[in-house]
Each structure stands twice: as C-alpha cells, then as structure tokens.
Design a protein around this ligand. Structure first.
Ligand SMILES: *[C@@H]1O[C@H](CO)[C@@H](O)[C@H](O)[C@H]1NC(C)=O
Ligand SMILES: *[C@@H]1O[C@H](CO)[C@@H](O)[C@H](O)[C@H]1NC(C)=O
Ligand SMILES: *[C@@H]1O[C@H](CO)[C@@H](O)[C@H](O)[C@H]1NC(C)=O
Ligand SMILES: CC(=O)N[C@H]1CO[C@H](CO)[C@@H](O)[C@@H]1O
Length: 505
C-alpha cells in the first residue's frame, strides 16, 4: 500500500478498509457524465421505453440517488463544479456557457479531480465533451488540467453546422438547427485536431476503444487510474452509430441513450476482464436537466417541474448512481448530494490531499460505504447566468426548498406548464415560494406560511443559511464575459481562408 497522509481522515479510512474487501492498491475511478439527461430518462428511474440495461445494472447492484443535484441548469458551469468541487461562481465559469472561440475557460489555477489524483501516481484520461474552454493555442484544454490523455470534442456538438451531422441511416434528417456560423465540429486528440468535421457515426466506438485501451494499459502498468467520460449523449442533435441507431423504442433520443449505455457496458466488461471491477468506483450522473424545447427528442424530467435552463427541480435534479461491488451495498438513498461532492469523495477514497481552496463539496464516503447520513445540509440553485445582484435563486434545506427568484427558459419551452418557457419572466418572490419536496417533488403546491409558526421557523432558517452562504461567496472573474474571438475557434488548417469554411481536413 502506498503511504497515506496521517490526518483527520484516518479513522474514516481505517473504518473503510476494515469494512471493505478491497485490495491494497488505491481504487480506480470511472466518472460518467451524461448531457442534458433528465431525472426521468433512464429505465432505472422509471422511463417506460428507454433501453438502458447497463445503467440499470449499475443501479441494481449499486447505490441509486433520488436527491442528487448538479449546480447549474446548463453545461459549462455544471462541469466546472463537478471537476473542482466548487460553485461555478467561485471559479468564474458563468454566465451561460463557453463557445468555440471563447477567450476564457476554467482558470488554470483551479484544481480538478485529475490534478488531485496525479500526485498519487494515477493515470488520467478523458473522452468526450470538455466544454471548459479551448483558448489561444489550446491553453484551456483537458491536458492543461491534469488529464494525461484526451479524445473528444471540446464543446457541445451543436456548436458547428449540423449539415454533416447525418443521422443513421443517413436518410434520416437531423432535427432543428445548429450554429451554422461556427467552424465544423472538430475531434481533438490531446491538443491536436484529429478530424474536422468529426464523423459522428464512428465517434462512440472511437471513445469506447480509447477508454478500453486506457483501462487495459493502466492495469497492465499496475497504475491506478481515473477515467472521466462526459458523453455528448443525450444532447441535441441526437445521433447514433450502426450499433444503436434504430434499435431503441424511443426514436433518436432513445438510440443516443442506448449507444451511451452500450459504451458503459464495454467499460464494465473491461473492468471485469482486467480483474479491477471490485477495486473501482463507477459514478454516473448528468450535467443538467432535459432540453424540453426539443419536444420528444428533448429528454424527460419525470415527475419534476420544467427542465434545462430553470432552477426548478427538473433543471437540476439528476439521476446518479454509485457502483462499487463489495464496497457499496446495493440500494437507494434519499440523502441530499451533489456533483460538488464528487471531488472530496474521490480525494478521501484515494487518500489524496484536498486543494487549499474554499470547497463547496462534502465527502460522501460515509454515505456510500456505510449508508450513513449525508454531510450536505443545503443545496444552492444558481440560474444559468448568476450575478452578484440577484445572488442565488433557490435554496434547499432538508426537505424544504425556497425559491427567491424564478424564471422560465427557452430550453424548457413546449410543455404545457406555463412556468417553464421563457415567457415566464424573472419574478422575485417575497416571501419566497416554499415547497416540501418530499410531499411534493413536482413543486406544484407552494406552502402557506400564514398562521404556521413551524413553517415560518423553517423559512427563517433558510433565510439565515442564504445570508451565510452569500457572505461566503466571492465571485471569481467571469470567464465567459471575456467574449469570443472567431480566430480562437479550433481550425485544423490554421492559416487558411476564408474562415470558418476552410477549417476542414
Ligand atoms: C486564480 O487566479 C485569480 C487571478 O489571480 C484569482 O483571483 C483567483 O482567486 C485564483 N483562484 C484560485 C483558486 O487560486
Ligand atoms: C500561440 O503559439 C504561437 C506559436 O507558438 C505563438 O506565436 C502565439 O503567440 C501563441 N498565441 C498566444 C495567444 O499565446
Ligand atoms: C469481485 O468480487 C466478487 C464477490 O464479491 C467475486 O465473485 C468476483 O469474482 C470478484 N471479481 C473479480 C474480478 O475479482
Ligand atoms: C457543410 C458540409 O460540410 N457539407 C458536406 C457534407 O458532406 C457531403 C458529402 O460527404 C459533402 O459533399 C459536403 O460538402
């Protein structure tokens, strides 16, 4: 066993090693992150027609969360929080999302999970959607943030012309529009452009092969590893290669989800074959709620209200599964947890040092390994574009959630609920709208405070927590307000003209 720091976590670690049957080598981590996937989209979360046998297996043999949150109803900020254990407002990944030519990115002095593990000798790799900046000369790419290897599209795959994102079979037209003025979508290997435009129909199998090779070679080298796979699935426009296209019951969204599930199956089979399945934590969740504006291709929030772009439950409560045979007992937990908690948990399980910064995440080891209570007391809901002026939009404490502001979002248009689309403008609530999420997870019935001293006391506690949290929040310099420069968009033929159409190789 490698030497571990003697510190306050030692009792937890000792308990952990007494409890589990794990081997002496440090655990491996596989972190899976789906895109625009709703609370109701997986078979194991009740979707009647999704085909997700591998995710269902993770859920049946692992710990399934019912009250797990991301930190933003959109991509980039949510990813920043997952990788740093900090609200996006601290790191500056706000307002909104990054674009191919963005000048900013996740600041290099932020410490990612990969950077937490590197000093312990971990091999680190990432495949898929980064969306935390490219920058001049690739200065914000994953390889600058602790990942030894990267294969992927560094942002959303609709941030480029959709025309050649043909679905399979090729005569099925893709749905809607993409960003026609941007460069063709590139596939990057480390810091180089491997293909532009990327071939979407081969992409998932390229990711799967890359990940399988990474796991296999790490195990052969006896190196502990961290694999981060933020998938493009099930973001719009959905695609699927020959192994999944047309094979689900749910149309293109279901095919995309099935293709992701197939890859997860390949990863599990590799962990088994290489004999490390019992020494690997596999963690699955998603970046934000469903993009309801895409209608039947937009994902499903199940019983939750609204979706992407809103601070209602549908925008930020996500499926989450922790799987580690022999260490995590199968079951379901209703404890409060968040993407913020992944970094502290991985650090604790690996025996790594926490970064010397203000962290918002808490260690979930007790919850995962001994089904203890969550250390998380509150969850903060920031909107797509947080500002110091408005601060947080909602706060959950225990089973109660108070909305101080609400608004709908274009991303959540098309459902019959009038609170969801962008026509539901920013509204302040004083007193806040208060919901009991256990009795009313759909946020349908605001509680009446008048004449109820118990509820008034709850609200006072929430107000106090809000003040304390906001006093602790120092907004980092906004990276996204630095704007875009079309010349920074990845181009495989840097000196060519006219841009962006000449960026094709
Ligand atoms: C990173 O650098 C910026 C600019 O100097 C600073 O404001 C910020 O606090 C630093 N962040 C961390 C996590 O050290
Ligand atoms: C990018 O790299 C090139 C070649 O090394 C260099 O000339 C250029 O100044 C760099 N650009 C920036 C913005 O750092
Ligand atoms: C993992 O542990 C289970 C029992 O908990 C055992 O049946 C299985 O063979 C182990 N797998 C490997 C690859 O060690
Ligand atoms: C916009 C674009 O890249 N269109 C291309 C799509 O693919 C066809 C066939 O491969 C090309 O001929 C187009 O130029």
């Amino acid at each position: 066993m490698r030497p571990r720091r003697m510190d306050s976590r030692l009792p937890v670690l000792l308990n952990f090693f007494l409890f589990c049957s794990c081997s002496a080598s440090p655990p491996n981590f596989v972190l899976l992150f789906a895109d625009d996937l709703g609370f109701g989209d997986l078979g194991c979360y009740g979707h009647p027609s999704s085909i997700t046998p591998n995710l269902n297996r993770l859920a049946a043999e692992g710990l399934r969360f019912t009250d797990f949150y991301c930190t933003s109803p959109v991509c980039s900020p949510s990813r920043a929080s997952l990788l740093t254990g900090r609200y996006q407002t601290r790191s500056g990944v706000y307002p909104g999302v990054l674009y191919p030519g963005s000048r900013g990115g996740l600041p290099l002095n932020e410490t990612t999970i990969a950077e937490v593990l590197k000093p312990l000798g971990y091999a680190t790799a990432m495949i898929g959607k980064w969306h935390l900046g490219v920058g001049a000369n690739g200065s914000y790419l994953p390889t600058k943030q602790g990942f030894d290897h990267y294969l992927g599209i560094p942002y959303s795959h609709d941030m480029g012309p959709c025309r050649n994102l043909t679905c399979f079979p090729p005569d099925i037209k893709c749905f809607g529009f993409c960003d026609v003025g941007s460069v063709l979508v590139p596939l990057m290997h480390n810091e180089d452009i491997k293909q532009q435009p990327v071939d979407f129909l081969d992409l998932e199998s390229a990711y799967s092969d890359f990940a399988v090779d990474f796991i296999t070679s790490s195990v052969k080298k006896k190196q502990p590893f961290f694999l981060y796979y933020p998938a493009h699935h099930t973001h719009y426009p959905q695609y699927a290669g020959p192994g999944a296209a047309g094979r689900s019951l749910r149309g293109p969204f279901g095919d995309a989800l099935l293709e992701l599930d197939n890859t997860i199956g390949n990863l599990l089979a590799t962990l088994e074959e290489m004999g490390v399945i019992n020494n690997t934590l596999v963690f699955f969740t998603a970046d934000n709620g469903p993009e309801l504006m895409r209608m039947s291709r937009g994902g499903n929030a199940g019983p939750l209200k609204c979706g992407k772009g809103t601070t209602y439950e549908g925008g930020m409560r996500e499926p989450a599964i922790a799987y580690w045979p022999g260490t995590i007992k199968p079951g379901v937990t209703h404890e409060l947890a968040s993407t913020l908690d992944v970094l502290p948990t991985i650090a604790s399980l690996a025996g790594a040092k926490l970064p010397p910064v203000m962290l918002d995440g808490v260690d979930m080891t007790e919850l995962l390994v001994r089904r203890g209570k969550s250390k998380r007391e509150t969850m903060i809901f920031y909107p797509t574009s947080p500002s110091e002026k408005y601060g947080l939009f909602a706060l959950r404490m225990g089973k109660y959630k108070a909305h101080f502001y609400t608004h709908g979002a274009e991303h959540s248009a098309t459902t019959p609920d009038r609170d969801c689309p962008a026509t539901a403008v920013l509204t302040a609530h004083d007193p806040p709208l208060l919901f009991d999420l256990e009795a009313d997870p759909s946020e349908n019935y605001p509680l009446t405070l008048e004449g109820d001293p118990d509820l008034q006391a709850v609200l006072e506690q929430i107000q106090k927590a809000k003040l304390e949290f906001e006093a602790s929040m120092v907004f980092g310099e906004s990276q996204i307000s630095k704007g875009t420069d079309p010349d920074l968009a990845p181009c495989c033929n840097p000196q060519c003209s006219p841009r962006p159409s000449c960026c094709r190789c």
